[in-house]
Design a protein around this ligand. Structure first.
Ligand SMILES: Nc1nc2c(ncn2[C@@H]2O[C@H](COP(=O)(O)OP(=O)(O)OP(=O)(O)O)[C@@H](O)[C@H]2O)c(=O)[nH]1
Ligand SMILES: [Mg+2]
Length: 219
């Protein structure tokens, strides 16, 4: 199947927040009840439509356990998008977000688009982090924000596609699609022109563009 661009994503956040389940729901529309601890890094991919363009998402699901942190860090480089996930039923996973952002700032491409994801929104009775707290953290750090449930699939499609839309907006603003360190590769069979300027760069805000701002443009 042809696509206009390939975007590389990473999913990061503490162990048990639901990173692998989010990926499984997005790629296979399934939910897994047991915590099958990720060892190192797993991988998935899927096409999404952004406007009239097909975008292939190549998604790296990292291990949240502290002991794998150095492996995880090596996957930041060359990622166009990151989903930074916490669990709305576990405050420690929310409190660790600044440390994850610090890692991203140190190891990722400065153009990387980061979306904050409050997962397990189905578990309302066990919620300890309010939606407002998530929104405030995202606002403070210039991130897009969504709550999701990998169990019911609520918000899952949107979190992946809105991040892709934000990356498309950066391409429209001149992000170099031929520089692989930006985590983007032109595909085949899709338009490579169509208003896209390449080689411009100029977006240097450490992955803090809101992910929901683009609905058209290049993609
Ligand atoms: N209720 C509920 N449980 C979830 C949700 N997402 C994941 N879980 C559960 O949370 C546990 C951990 O999910 P995983 O996706 O394996 O967590 P992870 O973030 O990949 O963990 P590591 O691989 O160790 O980093 C599992 O028991 C899942 O069934 C959700 O949206 N709602
Ligand atoms: Mg996992």
């Amino acid at each position: 199947m042809s696509y206009s661009y390939l975007f590389k994503y990473i999913i990061i956040g503490d162990t048990g927040v639901g990173k692998s389940c989010l990926l499984l729901q997005f790629t296979d529309k399934r939910f897994q009840h047991v915590h099958d601890l990720t060892i190192g890094v797993e991988f998935g991919s899927r096409l999404v439509a952004i406007g009239e363009k097909q975008i292939k998402l190549q998604i790296w699901d990292t291990a949240g356990q502290e002991s794998f942190r150095s492996i995880t860090r090596s996957y930041y480089r060359g990622a166009a998008g990151a989903l930074l996930v916490y669990d709305i039923t576990r405050r420690d996973t929310f409190e660790h977000l600044t440390s994850w952002l610090e890692d991203a700032r140190q190891h990722a491409n400065p153009n990387m688009t980061v979306t904050l994801v409050g997962n397990k929104s189905d578990a309302e009775a066990s919620r300890v982090v309010s939606t407002e707290e998530g929104e405030a953290f995202a606002r403070e750090h210039g991130l897009a924000f969504l709550e999701t449930s990998a169990q019911t699939s609520e918000g899952v499609e949107e979190v992946f596609t809105s991040t892709a839309a934000a990356i498309c907006a950066k391409i429209d603003d001149g992000l170099d699609v031929n520089n692989e360190s930006n985590g983007i590769k032109p595909g085949y069979g899709g338009a490579r022109g169509g208003g896209i300027r390449s080689g411009g760069g100029g977006v240097v805000d450490v992955g803090v563009q809101p992910a929901r701002r683009s609905e058209g443009g290049c993609c």
